[in-house]
Design a protein around this ligand. Structure first.
Ligand code: HEC
Ligand code: HEC
Ligand code: HEC
Ligand code: HEC
Ligand code: HEC
Ligand code: HEC
Length: 268
């Protein structure tokens, strides 16, 4: 029995430690109430992190200085999630952090963004509730806390959204569902181990050339013509694929596109 109880005791001690540290710190602008803390602890207890023995101190204590961290950032996640952090830092979302600039916010955007999100700072916790690490929420709802353009808003009218809502799989969205992340943060098989699937956090990677998404994403489920005829129709993209394609690219165009893709010689 001792073996079973001990990890829990240890976790409890760590929780207590964190609670004390959090309450004791006045460095954060948003002071935490008891209620918030118990919510956080409850979320964490059922998370993949708790199951893997990743506790409050794993994130809220600096590895080097052992100091308490009130606001862990991507560097905290890096030691365990190198691939996610590396790909994130190469993306439109993350590149400012790579360059040492202040984080991206919707106020800096050219695309339409939600008015109430203008000061939201982009980091891992912009999409992940870091205490529950629920990836279903991160896949659509989180995006729509900031994005407010027609394409993003139209997603909810699509068959893809129906599939996503019906899949209801936790903790990770099912392989048959199509979320914003399926297209923009696609799952990729690791080069060094084909049993490992990672999420490519580079949201810019498959936007250009335009047909990169066809091969990497659409063709997991649709044929080549269907995919090309969808993605090369700006209206259908703006409508977020809410109807079958009406464009009819000829085989010649498809071959030309495939050839351009093969040689990397695009006209962009
Ligand atoms: C996976 C890493 C991770 C773990 C594990 C973790 N936290 Fe956090 N915590 C964060 C991050 C990231 C933030 C957000 C900081 C910010 O706002 O920039 C945060 C914020 C907080 C806050 C501030 C309120 C808020 O929601 O922003 C409190 C309080 C807190 N954590 C307590 C805890 C407690 C207690 C535990 C253990 C039960 C815990 N955390 C476990 C990463 C973690
Ligand atoms: C000390 C190691 C460690 C740290 C630090 C850590 N994690 Fe994790 N994380 C894990 C492990 C272990 C898992 C479970 C196995 C896996 O999916 O890789 C996991 C899983 C996850 C998952 C997947 C959840 C799921 O449902 O599959 C997300 C998302 C995640 N972590 C985000 C974060 C974020 C964001 C941070 C930083 C704020 C962070 N983690 C910090 C070790 C860590
Ligand atoms: C904290 C707010 C925020 C959240 C959350 C967020 N984004 Fe973004 N995203 C932005 C901003 C700001 C830009 C830059 C837009 C611009 O420059 O016009 C951006 C850009 C993008 C781009 C365009 C990249 C490019 O190179 O043009 C894509 C695609 C994107 N986001 C997808 C997503 C998806 C998918 C999600 C959810 C999984 C998401 N975003 C979550 C703020 C956010
Ligand atoms: C734009 C939103 C967004 C941001 C920002 C983001 N993530 Fe994710 N992340 C997701 C989504 C969505 C998934 C699940 C996608 C899926 O499974 O289809 C995910 C999955 C994961 C996973 C599990 C899959 C894997 O590759 O191991 C980890 C770990 C993770 N994220 C860590 C991080 C870390 C660390 C950061 C910060 C560097 C971060 N994420 C930033 C949206 C985001
Ligand atoms: C079936 C795949 C798919 C889904 C699902 C999807 N998108 Fe897109 N998205 C695209 C494609 C394709 C483009 C590129 C359009 C182009 O460049 O012609 C795009 C472009 C974007 C852009 C950049 C627009 C620009 O003008 O630079 C953003 C931001 C974006 N999507 C956000 C989202 C969000 C948020 C969701 C979910 C609410 C979502 N997308 C769902 C395929 C998808
Ligand atoms: C995980 C599988 C999957 C992926 C990936 C996927 N789709 Fe779909 N898509 C579906 C399914 C299933 C349907 C519904 C088919 C039906 O009901 O006839 C669908 C429907 C559609 C429709 C028709 C919508 C309607 O109302 O009839 C279009 C257009 C479409 N997808 C385009 C795309 C494009 C473009 C991509 C890549 C950017 C893509 N899909 C990626 C599975 C997927």
């Amino acid at each position: 029995m001792r073996l079973v109880i001990n990890p829990w005791l240890r976790s409890l001690v760590l929780v207590a430690l964190c609670v004390m540290l959090v309450l004791g710190t006045s460095r954060t602008a948003k002071a935490s109430t008891q209620e918030e803390l118990s919510d956080i602890t409850t979320q964490w207890q059922t998370s993949v992190h708790a199951l893997n023995d990743i506790n409050c101190a794993s994130c809220h204590q600096s590895k080097e200085t052992k100091e308490f961290l009130a606001e862990p950032n991507h560097e905290t996640c890096q030691s365990c999630h190198e691939q996610a952090v590396d790909t994130f830092l190469l993306s439109k979302h993350g590149i400012r952090l790579l360059e040492g600039d202040a984080p991206l916010t919707p106020a800096m955007a050219r695309l339409p963004m939600r008015q109430d999100a203008m000061q939201h700072q982009m980091n891992c916790n912009a999409c992940h509730d870091v205490h529950s690490v629920n990836t279903v929420e991160a896949s659509v709802d989180a995006c729509l806390t900031c994005h407010n353009d027609n394409h993003s808003l139209n997603y909810q009218n699509s068959k893809h959204a129906e599939l996503f809502a019906a899949s209801n799989e936790l903790p990770r969205p099912g392989a048959g569902a199509v979320s914003c992340a399926t297209c923009h943060l696609p799952r990729v098989v690791a080069e060094f181990d084909d049993t490992l699937v990672h999420v490519n956090h580079n949201n810019t990677y498959n936007l250009k050339p335009q047909d990169r998404m066809v091969g990497d994403v659409c063709m997991n489920c649709h044929g080549i013509e269907y995919s090309y005829n969808s993605i090369f129709d700006p209206e259908l993209v703006e409508a977020n694929f809410d109807r079958p394609p009406t464009l009819e690219l000829q085989s010649f165009d498809l071959m030309k596109a495939a050839e351009q893709r093969r040689t990397g010689n695009t006209s962009e």
